[in-house]
Design a protein around this ligand. Structure first.
Ligand SMILES: [Zn+2]
Length: 383
């Protein structure tokens, strides 16, 4: 996946077109993919491999709601075979961009349009969908990419889109999709648990919100099953059930997966800048409820984030929300999220609540213990 300035991007596509040439001697045509976000572009590149040329518009340091439109974006979209978007109201700039590009092949409802959120059960769906008070999450929370588990669904939607516009490479896209899902499982649960239970059963446990309680309540070979957990969820035990405050309403999918409690938001409503009164209320609540960590995306006012955290006696965690030059893969991004939050809780002190201890942090990234031989395992039913 590449993220270029407009000239670089157009240059590449021109080169591809020239390479095909009228004589037809050269490379087969690649699927030209434009993703609204680098997180989606990263997935598209992994699934499309050598058959795609991917360009992403906004990276993890930019607020995806409010990307400043540039004429070059319309040129990109005009020439795209596939356009990948969240498909909700995250990218508020998308309708104007698509209208300007005027490419019928990638308009919503066309084969070349991928809605990354299809099939995802949205959280924080408002009772009434209205922008009257400035709310910009009218269909439910659109920040689906904060859950690596949901990215498996996103990947399936992207693979389906690639197959629609390039059915000749269906087998490869399906193979790469399975590879992507396996990689998420290994990074999320650790190798051992994946080998013991398989991704489907683990999916069902995550879906029902029972994974951790299930692992805590069962033993295997005389040891608590939770000891077999690895990967991000193992590292995330260091902050499970802990309270946080977030700047924007963009963290619910991560918080749900990792069992964090979001107590409040600095923004009173998504996209509405906070008043001093609202900030004061949130700080008071943080102090009252002993909330020691404040999570904010890098694109919010760093001065405000720092001030709120200081006044509340909390540790600020300032993070990119997706793939950037500094974190060139989605795996790097999630690694950084998990590590930063675990570190913040450690720095915030509160001894006695880190029941899983710093060993969880130390084991981060290596997937925990060594895999068992599959023959030796008994698969336990989900109760
Ligand atoms: Zn938002």
């Amino acid at each position: 996946m590449r993220r270029f300035g407009p000239i670089g991007v157009i240059g590449i596509w021109v080169c591809i077109l020239l390479a095909q040439g009228p004589q037809g001697t050269a490379q087969p045509k690649k699927v030209r993919v434009v993703a609204t976000l680098t997180n989606y572009g990263f997935v598209a590149q992994l699934i499309g491999g050598p058959y795609v040329e991917v360009v992403s518009i906004a990276d993890g340091t930019e607020d995806p709601h409010f990307v400043k439109p540039k004429p070059s974006y319309a040129v990109l979209v005009q020439n795209a075979d596939l356009f990948i978007s969240t498909g909700l109201d995250l990218e508020l700039w998308e309708p104007a961009l698509l209208a300007k590009a005027g490419n019928a092949r990638i308009m919503p409802g066309s084969p070349g349009y991928v809605s990354a959120s299809v099939g995802i059960r949205l959280l924080e769906v408002p009772a009434t969908a209205s922008r009257a008070e400035g709310d910009i999450h009218v269909y439910g929370n659109p920040h689906i990419y904060t859950s690596p588990w949901l990215m498996k669904r996103v990947a399936a939607n992207i693979a389906a889109g690639l197959i629609r516009v390039d059915p000749a490479h269906r087998d490869i896209y399906e193979h790469n999709l399975q590879h992507f899902k396996d990689e998420v499982d290994r990074r999320l649960f650790g190798d051992t648990l994946v080998r013991m239970f398989g991704g489907d059963l683990l999916d069902r446990l995550v879906e029902s919100g029972q994974l951790i309680s299930f692992l805590q309540s069962k033993t295997y070979q005389g040891q608590p099953l939770i000891d077999r957990l690895g990967g991000w969820l193992k590292a995330g035990l260091a902050f499970r059930d802990r309270k946080v405050v977030c700047y924007h309403k963009d963290w619910i999918y991560f918080a749900t997966l990792f069992g964090q409690q979001i107590v409040d938001y600095i923004e009173p409503k998504p996209g509405i800048p906070p008043s001093p009164q609202h900030v004061a209320q949130v700080i008071e609540r943080m102090q009252k409820e002993n909330v020691r960590v404040l999570i904010a995306a890098v694109y919010f006012d760093p001065e405000k984030v720092r001030t709120v955290a200081e006044r509340a006696g909390a540790v600020p965690v300032v993070i990119p929300m997706g793939v950037t030059a500094q974190f060139p893969t989605y795996w790097d991004v999630v690694d950084f999220w998990v590590r930063s939050i675990a570190d913040a809780f450690q720095r915030a002190g509160n001894s006695g609540i880190q029941q899983f201890g710093s060993s969880a942090v130390r084991q981060f990234g290596n997937g925990g213990v060594r895999p068992e031989s599959p023959e030796a395992l008994t698969i336990m039913p989900v109760s």
